[in-house]
Ligand binder design. Structure first.
Ligand SMILES: [Fe+2]
Length: 419
């Protein structure tokens, strides 16, 4: 993280105002859900909506209020166990795959819990100690924005399993699907470039330190791969052609019977969206594919996935704008002249999620935030259609296991060029 002063410079306005805005956004995301929707867990990766609403409050309670606010009264001792996610140094926790077994506390109690935390936190931010906690509160808000995205991708999975195919939100924007034109490439930089957060705004520890990386001659695609292009890949028989697949990918698709993106119907005509089931827009970016599928598509195209360094260098010159949460589409949209580096779908890179040279995790329990996951996962870049607009930047690194599909995950092509 950078200093609180720098963080505030990037997000002008009082920290308490930003706190109110981010916390209100989270609750607004669930306005069209019913209490019953918020309890269900459909797989271990998916957490119930109710759990997300509580866990982000627990984060502020555990790391700001209990740790720093004199006389703070904990809402409930049991909540520490229930809503600790993975911080072993903070104590024992309820097992992740069993979060959907919790009919209690009720949604209404969890909303009371949020209010209790908000009252105490906003009071703290009005005190003389506000400066000392601003860095932690800023981290807590970015943490909450990460969970806003997870809340939506998780409820999408939950509702997709319901034969009624309910929508998570009514009245979502439906951007017109314009044909994006042939897939084109731009020459990337060659040689030593600087990678990582530059300072001047908030960043997570995994984006640091800024360091040098070597780019070999390459070019990078000017947009994301579309549903229509991915359909051609499917219809060419790619899912039956072992030559296109990494060994782990071939084993996984056979084991799980994959033959199309998650949420597509068998006829390849409709897909489940946060607005319910909808026709597949061939011009929109393909999403909900694993790393294995992205890699196989790239191989089938005679290309490869970009490294995270190629991606960051190409995206670094662009404004971090695109089809993000504030666009109110909650689904990828066809490129209308934009290069789609930000928003729509996270982009699989070919880079293993690893520490940058000289990486040091945060001190204390918060050192568990990112660093301990730097094994067996792949870096994804650029945010998605459900990433908060002020929560993405060129240096931002997210990461998933290569078989993950329930996030908005898509791809951009790259290829080697001869010097
Ligand atoms: Fe979390």
């Amino acid at each position: 993280m950078n200093s609180p002063a720098e963080a505030l410079a990037r997000h002008p306005g009082k920290l308490s105002d930003r706190y109110r805005r981010v916390r209100a956004t989270t609750v607004d995301l669930v306005r069209d859900l019913q209490p019953e929707d918020t309890v269900v867990q459909t797989m271990p990766d998916v957490s119930p909506t109710k759990w997300h609403l509580a866990h982000v409050s627990w984060f502020f309670e555990c790391f700001v209020l209990k740790a720093h606010k004199p006389g703070y009264r904990e809402y409930s001792g049991a909540f520490h166990y229930l809503f600790n996610s993975y911080y072993n140094t903070a104590g024992a926790m309820h097992p992740r795959p069993r979060r959907g077994e919790l009919s209690r506390p009720t949604l209404s109690e969890i909303l009371d819990y949020r209010q209790h935390v908000d009252d105490a936190l906003l009071d703290f931010l009005e005190s003389d100690s506000a400066g000392e906690i601003s860095e932690l509160v800023t981290l807590g808000l970015h943490h909450e924005q990460q969970h806003q995205e997870l809340l939506l991708t998780d409820i999408k999975h939950v509702l997709s399993r319901n034969p009624l195919q309910p929508a998570a939100r009514h009245g979502l924007a439906q951007p017109a699907g314009v044909a994006p034109g042939a897939y084109e490439f731009s020459q990337g930089a060659t040689g030593i470039v600087s990678i990582g957060a530059e300072g001047g705004g908030f960043c997570f520890d995994n984006e640091t330190p800024r360091h040098e990386a070597l780019l070999h001659p390459h070019s990078i695609g000017n947009r994301l791969v579309t549903n229509g292009e991915y359909r051609e890949f499917i219809e060419s028989g790619a899912y039956e052609d072992a030559r296109l697949w990494l060994s782990d990918g071939w084993a996984t698709l056979n084991e799980r019977g994959w033959n199309r993106p998650l949420y597509w119907d068998e006829a390849l005509e409709t897909e489940f969206t946060l607005a319910g089931r909808a026709e597949i827009d061939d011009h929109a970016p393909v999403c909900h594919i694993s790393y294995y599928e992205a890699d196989a598509y790239a191989r089938w195209s005679g290309c490869r996935l970009p490294t995270e360094f190629e991606w960051e260098h190409a995206a670094g010159a662009l404004a971090a704008e695109g089809n993000l949460l504030g666009n109110n589409a909650w689904h990828p949209a066809a490129a209308d002249g934009t290069r789609q580096f930000f928003g729509d779908a996270w982009e699989w890179t070919s880079s293993a999620y690893a520490p940058y040279p000289g990486f040091r995790p945060l001190e204390g329990s918060l050192g568990e935030y990112n660093g301990k996951f730097m094994c067996n996962q792949v870096t994804v870049r650029g945010g998605s259609c459900v990433t908060a607009n002020d929560h993405i930047r060129a240096s931002y690194r997210s990461f998933f296991y290569p078989d993950a599909r329930w996030q908005f995950l898509g791809l951009r092509l790259a290829r080697d060029e001869h010097a």
